[in-house]
Design a protein around this ligand. Structure first.
Ligand SMILES: NC(=O)c1ccc[n+]([C@@H]2O[C@H](COP(=O)([O-])OP(=O)(O)OC[C@H]3O[C@@H](n4cnc5c(N)ncnc54)[C@H](OP(=O)(O)O)[C@@H]3O)[C@@H](O)[C@H]2O)c1
Length: 276
């Protein structure tokens, strides 16, 4: 049976660039909500010599994710699950952001875990926005609710997503959702490690995709993104292909000792405050 690499959010941006960095002997299953986007991405990957399939799936719907896991496992041995799908502050309201980014990660990790064997890997994509939150030891109790009481989990995070306007509220919900992804990937790493499944997360900085451009535009008056670029060691936005390469490297089986951590791929912008 051939090895299968599943990439949620693989129809565009960072997810599609990650697909292009995977070894060609793996079957690629890319997913997202928009069939037309998946069709175009599959055509591009086939042109490059990949065997690729597009499977529609909304990661905020557990049944969809379960079906994606079943379909993927029927194509071969699932060895890599790269969970890139997500929405940013200018794209959705706070509740939608929390349901897609945070609960979507719970569904992807737990549904695929059932089909993964020893030597497989899950990489969850978070964001350097996860680091924008102050250190909050009490949040762990709320994060644990994601697996036991979803509505309470969502309500608690919504209560914390305060702001002067809708964009600020969505921004805080986004930071919470991605801070959760970092925490949850670590939790899964320790739970799944003993059964041979490696888990880690990756936090991109500001990247030149449709999403990155939309956030740059939406926050231009507030100056967040300009500050992020100015503070970065690289002094620029990242390129989607740079993230694709980083994520594919982290997901490579040869990186077997990289687990239970978040890898910050942000050109140095998070550490910029210390040095600029
Ligand atoms: N670009 C940045 O500056 C940046 C910075 C930090 C973190 N990130 C993170 O990186 C990831 C990729 O972002 P990107 O920049 O590559 O943006 P993108 O091109 O918009 O990619 C996001 C992908 O996720 C899919 N998606 C969104 N909601 C989904 C859902 N409910 N179910 C399944 N698929 C869904 C989208 O396809 P459909 O709309 O067709 O579903 C799209 O293909 C996101 O998780 C984002 O939060 C990006």
């Amino acid at each position: 049976m051939a090895d299968v690499c599943v990439i949620t959010g693989g129809g565009s941006g960072i997810g599609l660039e990650t697909a292009k960095c995977m070894p060609k002997d793996k079957i690629l299953v890319i997913s997202g909500r928009t069939q037309a986007k998946l069709d175009a991405a599959v055509a591009e990957l086939e042109e490059l010599g990949y065997e690729a399939y597009g499977v529609p799936c909304d990661v905020s719907v557990r049944r969809d994710v379960h079906e994606l896991a079943v379909i993927s496992s029927l194509k071969g041995t699932v060895t890599n699950v790269i969970h890139v799908a997500g929405v940013s502050p200018s794209m959705a309201d706070p509740e939608t952001i929390i349901r897609i980014n945070a609960l979507g990660t719970v569904y992807v990790n737990t549904e695929f875990r059932k089909y993964l064997g020893r030597g497989s890997v899950i990489v969850d994509v978070a964001s350097n926005s996860a680091y924008a939150l102050p250190n909050m030891p009490l949040i762990k109790g709320t994060y644990e609710l994601a697996e036991t009481d979803e509505d309470k989990f969502v309500q608690r995070l919504l209560r914390g997503s305060v702001g002067r306007n809708d964009y600020e509220k969505s921004g805080l919900a986004y930071s919470f959702s991605k801070n959760f992804v970092v925490w949850y990937a670590q939790k899964c790493a320790f739970e799944y490690g003993p059964i041979g499944i490696r888990v880690c997360s990756v936090s991109p900085g500001l990247i030149e995709t449709g999403m990155g451009a939309a956030e740059k535009e939406a926050s231009s008056e507030l100056g967040f993104t300009a500050k992020m670029i100015e503070q970065a060691a690289e002094r620029r936005m990242g390129k989607p292909e740079e993230l694709g390469f980083a994520i594919a490297t982290i997901a490579d089986e040869r990186n077997g000792y990289l687990a239970g951590v978040d890898v910050l791929v942000d050109g140095g912008s998070t550490n910029g405050e210390k040095f600029r």
